[in-house]
Design a binder for this molecule. Sequence first.
Ligand SMILES: [Zn+2]
Length: 182
Amino acid sequence: MTEPADSLGILEFPDPRLRLRSAPVTEFDSALTGLTDRLLETLYATKSIGFSAPQIDHQQEVLVLDLSEDQSDPQIYVNPQIMSKGAWGIVEERCVSVPGLVGNVFRATRVRVRAQDQHGTAFERNLSGMHAVCLQHEMDHLAGKLLVDRVSIFKRLRIRARARAKAKMVEAESENHPVAAE
Ligand SMILES: [Zn+2]
């Protein structure tokens, strides 16, 4: 079973913290490996293929990917930078932080990325297909950009209305079950 997003501390649209720009990582210490471990755990718990630090309220340039079927290819990207892009196409994307939205997005399906691993070692890699798309989606998170920004105005309005209705429901629930003050 996939765990619900709230119990994992995943921020959801329209939380303003998802709009913050992440800062580059300068310290490659145990706090960073703790963060990359937690990102991979969250990735697997939500059965996702990519996850970024800002989604769990860490505004740092860190993301993880694993597109394998059996959790055998965890990849960590710290301070990622796209060096080149090519082979553009329309791809369907989802995001754990924007539940219910399936968006068609125009993306490069071939990228060359430069990044560091959790120990600070720099590397460059060519990614293609879903790998390339997923990396760009997670890099959007580092820039405070969300899938909602890349879809049509109609979809955007619908997803905003849904988020508002959900917030109201949570409010109504807490009103129905007041916490005793005395
Ligand atoms: Zn996302």
